[in-house]
Write a protein of this length. Structure first.
Length: 315
């Protein structure tokens, strides 16, 4: 594997899952692969799980890691081509990326949607420059349109917790005080479409995800109807795609609570975290035994390690 930016980069779901369970059962068994190899993690945005789990995953494989927070530690980086750089940005990605690539064997990069332009975000302006100029494999640690490490962890978590062969998985929009990217939702849909699970997406009108991700996935605008018989409820806020980056609703009737969970087939509750309690989900649901958000977060380490193992085996 030469890069990991979407589900399309893995050899197959089957091989990815096998590798994930292999490293979960034997986390320190593959240290020969990472010996004298270095991973640089570049963050344009904040992180808790991604930073710690990816670093831990690399260390489990015997790698060294270096972390760079672009907006605090480094020069401010320019991402536009052809600009006269007489403003605040001291260095262009065009030099910074290949230089970082000379100091390491794998680069991880986090660059969220900026919400300045849908076209710029959906063309993955920053991630695609990393892939083009790094000279080493690049792992997305959440880009503008996808968060594949999260979705891979979500898949492993569902595989571990499912009680039926083909669970009903519901992705529900939930309210939030800030405009958040569509990346987690897009990517979740993209990975779920590679399985034979039953997937239903529920959100208020105006929150339709891009058709390149949704294809013919079922949308149910009635959240309670969507919850009926569900085995997994995955909550996530995202800002509008059609009215790009806008908050169209903060309707607290969409908060996931005990009453709605009672409509499901004793569903497990999932969220990628960080989560706004009593906005996205009630305390009662996230503190209940059916909440698997911490197991889900643990699997971020597992799947980051699976991805790095597949990359190291290839290089
Ligand atoms: C990010 C997002 O894409 O929604 C990262 C999720 C893994 N989430 C946030 O930025 C939440 C920030 C907040 O203010 O709650």
């Amino acid at each position: 594997m030469k890069k990991f930016t979407s589900v399309k980069d893995i050899p197959s779901i089957k091989k990815a899952l096998e590798t994930a369970f292999e490293v979960k059962n034997n986390p320190f068994g593959f240290q020969h692969l990472g010996k004298n190899k270095t991973m640089v993690l570049v963050f344009f945005n904040s992180s808790l799980r991604t930073r710690l789990s990816t670093q831990k995953a690399a260390m489990n494989l015997g790698m060294n890691t270096m972390v760079m927070n672009v907006n605090e530690d480094s020069w401010q980086l320019e991402s536009e081509m052809g600009v006269v750089m007489d403003g605040n940005n001291a260095e262009h990605l065009r030099e910074a990326i290949p230089v970082i690539g000379k100091y390491c064997d794998v680069i991880g990069v986090r660059a969220f949607a900026k919400f300045e332009s849908r076209e710029a975000d959906y063309s993955e302006k920053i991630l695609s420059q990393f892939v083009e100029y790094a000279g080493v494999p690049v792992v997305s640690m959440e880009a503008a349109t996808r968060h594949p490490l999260q979705s891979f962890a979500d898949l492993v978590t569902i595989e571990e917790h499912k009680t039926v062969e083909r669970p009903k998985v519901v992705l529900t929009w939930a309210p939030h005080p800030r405009a958040l990217p569509q990346a987690v939702a897009n990517s979740f849909v993209e990975w779920m479409c590679e399985t034979d699970y039953e997937l239903v997406v529920t959100h208020p009108k105006g929150y339709e995800l891009a058709s390149e991700f949704m294809g013919d996935v079922k949308v149910e605008y009635d959240q309670k109807k969507a919850f009926e018989g569900a085995d997994f409820i995955y909550a996530k806020n995202w800002a509008s795609y059609t009215d790009y980056g806008k908050i169209l609703s903060k309707d607290m009737n969409w908060t996931v609570n005990e009453e709605k969970m009672a409509l499901t087939n004793n569903a497990k509750f999932m969220h990628c975290l960080p989560v706004r309690r009593n906005v996205v989900v009630s305390d009662g649901v996230i503190d209940s035994p059916n909440s698997i958000v911490v197991d889900q977060a643990k699997n971020r380490e597992v799947t980051a390690q699976a991805v790095l193992k597949m990359i190291l085996e290839n290089s």
